[in-house]
Design a protein around this ligand. Structure first.
Ligand code: ZN
Length: 315
């Protein structure tokens, strides 16, 4: 069973109202429910993406609410195939090809008006929160900002532990990454980042950062945007190179998938051979081809996300 830890489904719904998640992927979209089923997906983290200033028509709070409504609408329309995960027990209901469990990842904590608001989002399925996206917010400064994790940011990370929400360190600058990890010794993930050693882009993680995430029993989700893979001309093999690099560093327990397909880039900027989310299984085939054992392949495709969520979700 495949778990995709990062899909901007609601963002794509708002940006392209004519798009229907219920029909197979097209030239313009790599995500769709039929392709997710065909590809053997069993769980998806659908994002809430509402950094301040990104959307012209509303506050981050309003936009994130609107995106939750988009997911509610999908859950209603596809009740046989999609359900929202509320507890550890629900993880057992997820099946390759459906029903597919849905949880949420907030990409940039801008919609959380105060750390005290966190539980309300968690109750609606937000179980992973990225402290900041590329732009800064009250919790953390941007890359070109002197601020790193703020006092409120520290409070938010502390609150995540009691609210059973996992901090996502993808998008954070190195100082903020260190600050988040200095709050406590709890689990963190990088939902969609690759290896900086292979593609030195600021969105990718250094070997030390990958080791630090693994030391907390977290994971790094392989992201399928060519810019973070090899610049241009990436293929499934490029994705495998990043996976193998991480495997050599930290072993099979700390690598997953966070495709970010449809995350503001068109399908032709994903690796060649990956036209839709159905093609995520090619990562598994490729890993087998490189001699990775079946148990490890299963962990990378979905088992590691399941472990991390099993530890986090309420009973
Ligand atoms: Zn992102």
């Amino acid at each position: 069973m495949i778990v995709d830890g990062h899909q901007d489904i609601a963002m794509a719904m708002l940006e392209d109202p004519a798009w229907d998640f219920g029909t197979p992927a097209s030239d313009r979209h790599a995500l769709s429910l039929p392709d997710a089923k065909r590809g053997g997906l069993g769980l998806i983290l659908g994002t809430l993406f509402a950094p301040a200033g990104y959307w012209p028509d509303g506050t981050p709070f309003e936009l994130a609410k609107r995106q939750l409504d988009c997911y509610d609408d999908l859950l209603k329309r596809h009740a046989d195939d999609l359900f929202r995960i509320e507890s550890k027990g629900d993880l057992r209901l997820c099946q390759a090809g459906g029903p597919i469990g849905l949880l949420h990842l907030m990409e940039g904590a801008d919609p959380i008006r105060s750390p005290r608001d966190l539980e309300r989002w968690a109750d609606r399925g937000v179980r992973v929160v990225g402290i900041a996206w590329n732009t800064g917010n009250r919790y953390c400064g941007a890359w070109d900002d002197a601020r790193s994790l703020t006092a409120d940011g520290r409070r938010l990370v502390e609150r995540m532990r009691t609210a059973r929400v996992i901090p996502d360190v993808s998008h954070l600058k190195p100082e903020a990454f260190d600050d988040v990890l200095s709050v406590d010794d709890g689990l963190v993930v990088a939902s969609h980042s690759n290896a900086h050693a292979l593609q030195p882009h600021r969105r990718n993680l250094t070997d030390d950062q990958i080791r630090a995430i693994a030391a907390r029993d977290g994971l790094v989700g392989l992201v399928l945007y060519e810019e973070f893979l090899a610049g241009k001309e990436s293929t499934v093999d490029t994705v495998l190179d990043h996976a193998m690099h991480m495997l050599a560093l930290v072993g099979a327990d700390h690598v997953g998938i966070g495709s970010d397909l449809d995350g503001g880039f068109p399908p032709d900027r994903a690796p060649q051979g990956i036209d839709s989310v159905a093609d995520l299984r090619l990562i598994g085939e490729g890993l087998r081809g490189r001699g990775v054992d079946e148990t490890s392949v299963a962990k990378i495709l979905g088992g590691n996300w399941m472990r991390v969520l099993q530890r986090t979700l309420p009973q």
